[in-house]
Write a protein that binds this ligand. Structure first.
Ligand code: NAD
Ligand code: ZN
Length: 370
């Protein structure tokens, strides 16, 4: 095993454009896998860390956590992976041993969900400095090193420039509807925010048999895509001068059965809860923020609503992702329709800008040739 020198997009400091640099990627240690990243999506959580996150010490880092690639080499004691295997790195591990992995109630492995890996865990250096691995994965790099408990081996015929989306956004929204909300046949659902996460939630509601799927976004250009994934009605909060929850109550005779917040705003989280019907309405937090507390009147829950959240759609990562890849290959799960832009890693700043202005669903960056 040798150190690999390769290209990566380095985030040197918050809120600054990423810089293409040559980095050194150390060989994989025991239980680790070095992956040649072939394709990566850009997710809003990457932007959150770059522009909004509180973790000013989480730099320099290599962002990206929605990638797919090929095993380049494996460290000692790795028995289930071989060079050439197609894989998806996972930001939620599944060690299979801890009490969380052993429980069917959760997908949160005790071995940790990383925000950024610690300096001693990262395998990247650039210009003599340690560079952190964002969410333990760092897919904005030609090569990365991930522990085997956070790598899913996938079907050898999977197109990596599509299934990369199952590394985060699509698995997250889809699972939030199916696993967390547990949407029921014939139900009425509301999805707030129609990025890839929200559209995947729409697809989850549809596949669960929901009858009405109300898609809500302040950017009306998203409605056409939402229709493709199964949305039946569209609401722009900007078209109304009353609270959106009131609009939904009027549309649904008292509120929706299930609502999913896929924006990352505490105000929208509250609206999503209040849009639910009393008695049994379930609202799921999917959007990400840790900047503000949320608030709601206790009566909302006392009256029988349930407020819950999920990370990575509640999927146990190593088990769930290969299954989702197979469902895509069997055409039960759509992926191609999420991809609005294909670019190269060197264009990552353009992809970030497209997401900021709302002019994309997912940009997929080609990182290295297969
Ligand atoms: P995105 O930026 O592509 O989509 C967000 C959408 O929300 C946009 O279409 C935007 O127009 C819309 N929006 C903004 N304000 C709104 C409002 N007030 N009402 C209705 N819609 C509004 O982002 P994405 O990549 O789809 O990610 C969505 C959220 O999910 C982010 O917060 C991201 O960090 C989070 N996320 C969570 C997990 C998890 O495991 N829980 C995983 C991935 C992403
Ligand atoms: Zn993500």
């Amino acid at each position: 095993h040798k150190v690999i020198k390769c290209r990566a997009a380095v985030a040197w400091e918050p809120s600054k454009p990423l810089v293409m640099e040559e980095i050194e990627v150390a060989p994989p240690q025991a239980h680790e896998i070095r992956i040649k990243i072939v394709a990566t999506g850009v997710c809003h959580t990457d932007l959150y860390h770059l522009f909004e996150g509180k973790h000013k010490d989480g730099f320099p880092c290599v962002l990206g956590h929605e990638g797919a690639g090929i095993v380049e080499s494996v460290g000692s004691e790795v028995t289930k992976f071989n060079p050439g295997d197609k894989v998806i790195p996972l930001f939620i591990s599944q060690c299979g041993q801890c009490r969380f992995c052993k429980s069917p109630k959760t997908n949160l492995c005790e071995k940790g969900w990383y925000d950024v890996m610690s300096e001693s865990d990262t395998r990247f250096t650039c210009k003599g400095k340690k560079v952190l691995q964002f969410m333990g994965t760092s897919t904005f790099s030609e090569y990365t090193v991930v522990n085997e408990i956070a790598v899913a081996k996938i079907h050898p015929s999977a197109p990596l420039d599509k299934v990369c989306l199952l590394g985060c956004g699509v698995a997250t929204g889809y699972g939030a509807a199916l696993n967390t909300a547990k949407v029921e046949p014939g139900s009425t659902c509301a999805v707030f925010g129609l990025g890839a996460v929200g559209l995947a939630a729409v697809m989850g509601c549809k596949n669960a048999g929901a009858k009405r799927i109300i898609a809500i976004d302040i950017n009306p250009t998203k409605y056409e895509k939402a229709k493709v994934f199964g949305a039946t009605e569209f609401v722009n909060p900007k078209d109304h001068n009353k609270p959106i929850s009131q609009v939904l109550h009027e549309m649904t005779n008292g509120g929706v059965d299930f609502s999913l917040e896929c924006v990352g705003s505490v105000a929208v989280m509250r609206s999503a809860l209040e849009s639910c019907v009393k008695g049994w309405g379930v609202s799921v937090l999917v959007g990400w923020t840790d900047m503000d507390d949320f608030a709601a009147r206790p009566i909302q829950l006392i009256a029988g609503r349930t407020w819950k959240g999920s990370l990575f759609g509640g999927f146990k990562s190593k088990d769930g992702v290969p299954k989702l890849v197979n469902e895509y290959l069997e055409k039960k799960v759509k992926l191609d329709e999420f991809v609005t832009h294909n670019m190269t890693l060197a264009q990552v700043n353009d992809a970030i800008q497209l997401m900021q202005t709302g002019d994309c669903i997912r940009s997929v960056l080609s990182v290295a040739l297969q």
